[in-house]
Ligand binder design. Structure first.
Ligand SMILES: [Zn+2]
Length: 375
C-alpha cells in the first residue's frame, strides 16, 4: 500500500490538485490534476512526476493546459525546463495533447510506444471515414467539437518526433514499460517501484472504451512492419488479454491511473484486481447483449439503441456507443456465438464481417466466456 498525501486540494474532481504518493520502500511520486480544455465530466488527466536520475513526467495533459502543468510543477518545486523525459501512456488528446509545447519549452525527450510514433504522421481520422459515412446517426458526432479537437490534435502532433520508441518490457532508470494495447493500439503501462501508471488501461469507477478490430485493416499500412502480420493491437479481445496480463503482475502494486484517481472529493485507490473487475464487466456486457439478441436477428444500430439509454445515446455519443457494442459483437463473432448476414444482395461486409445493414443472429451459445477464460 502507498501512503497518500493531498498536498493541495483542487476542485471536487481534482482539477488543480497536487497529490504525493510514498511507497513502503520510500519511493515518492507526485501528481498534478491537469484540467481538460473543454467541458467534460471526466475530470482531470493525472500527470505523474517522478524524480530519479531523470525528472520524468507521465502524460502532460491536453492541448491548452501547459500553464496548469507549469504552475503545478512550480508548486511541487520543479521548473518545466528541468524535465528530462516525457512518457506518454497513449496518443489520445487528453494525454499527449500538450506534448508539443511541453517538449519545446523543456527540451525533454519524448518516450512512447513505437506504434505511437507510427501514428503521428498518418491521417488517421480520414482513414476511418469510409465506414463512418455508411452508418446513419453519426452526423452529429462528425460535426461535433470533439471531432474538430481530435483532428487538430493529430495535425499538431505531426510536428512531434518520438525520441525513444518503447517496446514491451523495456527497462530504463527504474521504470519497466508494458505494452497493453486494447483501449488504444499504443497504450503503455509503466511500473515504478510498487506503482503501476496505467494510463487509460485500468481506471477506477469507469471502464475505458475498447477499440474495434476493424481499425486494424484501416490502419495496417501505417504501422511498423512488425505489426502488419495480423491483428494483436485492436479490439476487445486484445484489451482483455492486456488486462489479464497486468492483473497477473507480482507484488504489492498500487495502480495510479490517468483519470479518476480523485473524484467527487474522494481518493479512489485501486490495485491490480481492478483489471479483473473491468474484464468481468465486459464479459457481463456480452451476456447482456445475448439477452437482447435472443428475441431475434437485429442490426448493430438497433442493438446499440436497445442496449444503451438516455445520455449514452445522445446524438454525439451514438458513435461511441455503437463502437462499444461493435467491439463486443466482434468478440462474440470470433467465439462463434454470433453470425452476421446481409439483409440484401447489394451490400458488402466490412473487414470485421459486420456492416450497418447486416443482421446479427445469436447462435444460442456463450462460447465468448470460454474464449475469455483461455486468454
Ligand atoms: Zn484519457
Amino acid at each position: 500500500m502507498l501512503e497518500t498525501e493531498i498536498i493541495k486540494r483542487g476542485d471536487d474532481s481534482g482539477n488543480g490538485a497536487l497529490i504525493k504518493y510514498t511507497s513502503s520502500t520510500g519511493a515518492v511520486v507526485k501528481s498534478i490534476g491537469i484540467p481538460q480544455s473543454w467541458q467534460t465530466t471526466l475530470g482531470p488527466t493525472w500527470c505523474y512526476v517522478l524524480e530519479g536520475d531523470d525528472l520524468t513526467l507521465i502524460d502532460p495533459g491536453c492541448h491548452g493546459s501547459v500553464d496548469y502543468l507549469e504552475q503545478g510543477l512550480e508548486e511541487l518545486g520543479y521548473s518545466l525546463t528541468a524535465v528530462d523525459r516525457i512518457v506518454v501512456s497513449h496518443g489520445h488528446m487528453d494525454h499527449s495533447g500538450s506534448c508539443l509545447p511541453v517538449v519545446q519549452k523543456s527540451g525533454a525527450k519524448l518516450w512512447a510506444h513505437e506504434v505511437y510514433g507510427s501514428m503521428l504522421q498518418a491521417d488517421r481520422w480520414e482513414m476511418q471515414s469510409a465506414w463512418r459515412r455508411e452508418v446513419q446517426g453519426f452526423d452529429a458526432f462528425e460535426k461535433s467539437e470533439t471531432v474538430t479537437r481530435v483532428k487538430e490534435h493529430h495535425e499538431r502532433n505531426r510536428l512531434l518526433t518520438l525520441d525513444q520508441p518503447v517496446t514491451d518490457e523495456l527497462q530504463s532508470g527504474g521504470l519497466t514499460f508494458y505494452y497493453t494495447p486494447g483501449h488504444s493500439p499504443d497504450e503503455l503501462c509503466v511500473l515504478f517501484d510498487q506503482m503501476l501508471f496505467s494510463g487509460d488501461h485500468i481506471l477506477p469507477l469507469i471502464t475505458p472504451h475498447p477499440s474495434v478490430v476493424m481499425s486494424y485493416e484501416n490502419y495496417k499500412s501505417t504501422l511498423p512492419e512488425a505489426y502488419r502480420g495480423g491483428n494483436e493491437i485492436y479490439g476487445l479481445k486484445v484489451l482483455l488479454t492486456s488486462l489479464k496480463r497486468m492483473a497477473a503482475l507480482d507484488g504489492d502494486i498500487t495502480v495510479l491511473p490517468a483519470h479518476r484517481a480523485f473524484h467527487r472529493g474522494k481518493l479512489n485507490p485501486i490495485g491490480l484486481e481492478r483489471a479483473t473487475e473491468i474484464l468481468e464487466h465486459h464479459r457481463n456486457r456480452c451476456h447482456e447483449l445475448t439477452d437482447i439478441m435472443k428475441t431475434g436477428p437485429i442490426d448493430l444500430a438497433s442493438l446499440t439503441t436497445k442496449y444503451f439509454s438516455g445520455r449514452e445515446l445522445e446524438e454525439q455519443n451514438f458513435f461511441l456507443a455503437f463502437n462499444e457494442i461493435m467491439s463486443h459483437i466482434e468478440l462474440m463473432q470470433e467465439a462463434g456465438d454470433v453470425s452476421a448476414t446481409l439483409d440484401s444482395d447489394n451490400g458488402i461486409l466490412w473487414s470485421n464481417g459486420l456492416a450497418p445493414n447486416a443482421l446479427l443472429r445469436w447462435e444460442g451459445t456463450t462460447l465468448f466466456s470460454d474464449l475469455i477464460d483461455r486468454l
